[in-house]
Design a binder for this molecule. Structure first.
Ligand SMILES: C[S@@+](CC[C@H](N)C(=O)[O-])C[C@H]1O[C@@H](n2cnc3c(N)ncnc32)[C@H](O)[C@@H]1O
Length: 325
């Protein structure tokens, strides 16, 4: 039998009730419910670029919407190693859910109850993609630092592709761990630093400028240049020098991160989305696996594992562990 999650106002520590109009305290709405999500914050925060991106490209990375693509499904189960049956009646917390590509995997392929949090109004895209999972899906626009839950309640906590985009990565990890119950598992995957050369690439050279541009301006520039950049990077890969040259072309890593075998049109759309995702974030702070592993160990986690997990043509940098009882 699934246990209810107790909700709590992160700013006052007062208990909250989930009602149709919003999260209430003694019958008064303190955080309204709007377009599928309870809103603890305004849209105008450092993740507004993500809200723009995920609402604009709401279906691009969603398995259900992309026929025959099960990329998110393969990533979730490769990275977590979870058994679908084990998740029945479990409460899972997902932080930084974006358009909901991983929310959908949990909701479609397991019988768990999912609580998803994102700081941006990407929650609206997530609701469009997954809102039909009534009763098993709870969605909040909130920060990882101020989530509306009592601590220590979740059976599983996962956070994919997010921690590097937060202002204080160590505090983010601590906050995720605080939500897990004793014996529960916490898993993060993130951008990794492999050496000084990690930051010698177009993303880190241009992002200080491009992140200041409006979303519209950045998107327009990418759309204007994407075709020659796809041709150039594909050509350099073909003649064997892509590994050295392509890092200086301001486009996402087509060979290492995008799905293989998709149509030209789909490839173009993925490239625009992933390139926008590279050049717009306020924070991009890749981490060493050993550092994140140490943070897990210092914050009450045991059986901590850190390393790389390969799936399809991609590599995920992962740290996971179990909260001490
Ligand atoms: C690169 S996206 C990844 C989204 C999704 N996990 C995926 O892989 O498709 C990073 C997400 O983290 C969210 N995010 C960044 N800072 C956050 C914070 N402090 N609290 C909650 N979410 C945050 C952003 O709004 C964004 O949707």
């Amino acid at each position: 039998m699934n246990q209810n999650i107790n909700l709590r106002n992160p700013f006052t520590q007062t208990p909250l009730q989930e009602q149709a109009e919003g999260l209430t305290e003694n019958g008064t709405v303190v955080f309204p419910y709007k377009n599928g999500a309870y809103r603890l914050v305004e849209d105008d925060n450092y993740t507004q670029n993500f809200g723009y991106q995920w609402n604009k490209f709401a279906e691009t990375q969603i398995d259900q919407a992309q026929k025959n693509q099960q990329l998110s499904l393969r990533r979730v189960f490769a990275v977590t190693g979870w058994d679908k049956q084990d998740l029945q009646d479990k409460n899972i917390l997902e932080v930084g859910s974006g358009a909901g590509r991983f929310s959908q995997v949990i909701l479609d392929h397991t019988k768990a109850t999912l609580y998803s949090v994102d700081y941006s109004n990407a929650v609206e895209a997530n609701f469009k993609n997954n809102g039909h999972h009534n009763g098993r899906f709870h969605l909040y626009q909130a920060s990882v630092y101020d989530m509306p839950f009592e601590k220590g309640q979740f059976d599983k906590v996962f956070c994919f592709g997010v921690i590097q985009h937060t202002p204080d990565v160590q505090k983010t990890v601590q906050s995720l761990i605080s939500m897990a119950k004793p014996g529960a598992e916490v898993i993060v995957d993130f951008y990794c630093v492999n050496g000084w050369w990690t930051k010698v690439q177009a993303k880190y050279i241009f992002r200080p400028i491009t992140k200041k541009w409006s979303n519209e301006k950045l998107l327009k520039k990418i759309e204007k240049n994407v075709d020659w950049m796809i041709s150039a990077t594909t050509f350099f890969n073909k003649i064997g020098i892509g590994r050295f040259v392509n890092r200086f072309i301001p486009i996402c890593d087509i060979k290492g991160t995008l799905p293989q075998g998709i149509s030209k049109k789909e490839l173009r759309e993925w490239c625009i989305l992933d390139t926008f995702d590279m050049f717009s974030p306020e924070y991009d702070q890749p981490q060493k696996v050993s550092t994140v592993k140490r943070w897990f160990e210092e914050n009450g986690m045991e059986k901590v594992w850190g390393g790389t997990i390969k799936f399809d043509n991609s590599t995920a940098y992962v740290v996971k562990g179990i909260k001490k009882s």
